[in-house]
Ligand binder design. Structure first.
Ligand SMILES: Cc1cc2nc3c(=O)[nH]c(=O)nc-3n(C[C@H](O)[C@H](O)[C@H](O)COP(=O)(O)OP(=O)(O)OC[C@H]3O[C@@H](n4cnc5c(N)ncnc54)[C@H](O)[C@@H]3O)c2cc1C
Length: 290
């Protein structure tokens, strides 16, 4: 197995072209355990972390540009980022441990294409865009369109993600992410639920709800979003009818597996509970947001 550490996007693309059995990586916190567990070794490993654009974070003209190989620890430590996107920050801060987060990246979390990846539902509800490098130049894709199944993405051979674009939310908006794991830390989500919403006074003006670990791909829940829009926050609480409708819609949107972490019935139930709790938190945060 050969190792290369290009310093430009073009050099990385050239390396990918040079060997069909090559593979990019960022933190390698998914890749190395998978190789150790017996998956085939690529002939050429291409380290993306030496390319400046892939580890840069900037905030200009209302848009955050986050390099796809940026360690998630850099995002959770960024107070401006975390105040703007508390849910996306908390999702990024749930990945593994401190040691893992010093390596793990959004690009790797997304392109590993596990339905349980924690940052992805939070990226989806924040309508994040991936900027993708390929042989015919750069293109963009909604993060929601990247994962097509477990271990599968819509990226073509020779493509990789350079960076993510996330727009500042409108005024009076916020987000929240909750997940359930079978023990206190270092496990994979049984369910992950992300909500982003905008308030108009006490009323929810718009909402996005996304679930992870409940289907082969991440799931948007339009019926939960519709139930939230127009509902009101009274004394910091959404009414029971709205929360019940959000929970019912989230449970109905699931198409989960049965495994050692939870049965199908349990996952459906937990999806409803986490979706309504995340909606409540996002609404409270949004009302306090400027
Ligand atoms: C102990 C432990 C605990 C973990 N806990 C969690 C957890 O709680 N939640 C969670 O979601 N994950 C968890 N993970 C999984 C992993 O840490 C995350 O998925 C992490 O975000 C992967 O990022 P990475 O940069 O290390 O990816 P890498 O391992 O570098 O790459 C993963 C995959 O993505 C591809 N890839 C990487 N970057 C790009 C790019 N820019 N463009 C295209 N393809 C790319 C690689 O080719 C590879 O297929 C854990 C892993 C370990 C070892």
């Amino acid at each position: 197995m050969r190792y290369a550490a290009p310093t430009t996007v073009d050099e990385a693309l050239e390396l990918l072209r040079s060997d069909p059995d090559s593979r990019v990586f960022a933190g390698a916190t998914d890749l190395i355990p998978q190789i150790r567990a017996g998956r085939p070794e690529p002939a050429l490993l291409i380290d993306l972390k030496r390319i400046e654009r892939l580890v840069a974070v900037s905030h200009n003209n209302g848009t955050w540009t986050v390099g796809a190989a940026t360690p998630t620890a850099a995002l959770t430590a960024d107070t401006e980022f975390s105040a703007t996107f508390p849910g996306l920050s908390e999702a990024s801060g749930l990945i593994g441990s401190d040691q893992i987060q010093n390596r793990s990246s959004w690009g790797g979390n997304l392109c590993n294409a596990s339905p349980a990846a924690d940052s992805v539902p939070a990226l989806i509800v924040n309508d994040a865009t991936a900027v993708i490098a390929g042989n015919s130049g750069e293109r963009t894709a909604s993060v929601a369109d990247v994962v097509t199944g477990p271990g599968q993405t819509s990226l073509s051979d020779g493509e990789f993600i350079i960076e993510f674009l996330v727009n500042d939310p409108p005024a009076n908006s916020s987000d929240a992410y909750l997940r359930l794991i079978p023990r206190t830390e270092m496990d994979i989500a049984v369910v992950g639920a992300a909500v982003q919403l905008t308030m108009d006074g006490d009323t929810v003006a718009s909402a996005r709800v996304a679930l992870g670990a409940v289907a082969p791909t991440f799931v948007r829940v339009p019926d939960a979003e519709a139930a939230l829009v127009g509902s009101s926050l009274n004394n910091g609480t959404l009414d029971d009818g709205t929360l019940d409708a959000v929970a019912a819609a989230a449970s109905a949107a699931c198409n989960p597996i049965d495994d050692k972490r939870g049965t199908i019935q349990y996952r459906r139930q937990v999806a409803g509970v986490l979706a309504k709790r995340a909606a409540q938190t996002a609404a409270q945060r949004a009302q306090g947001a400027s």
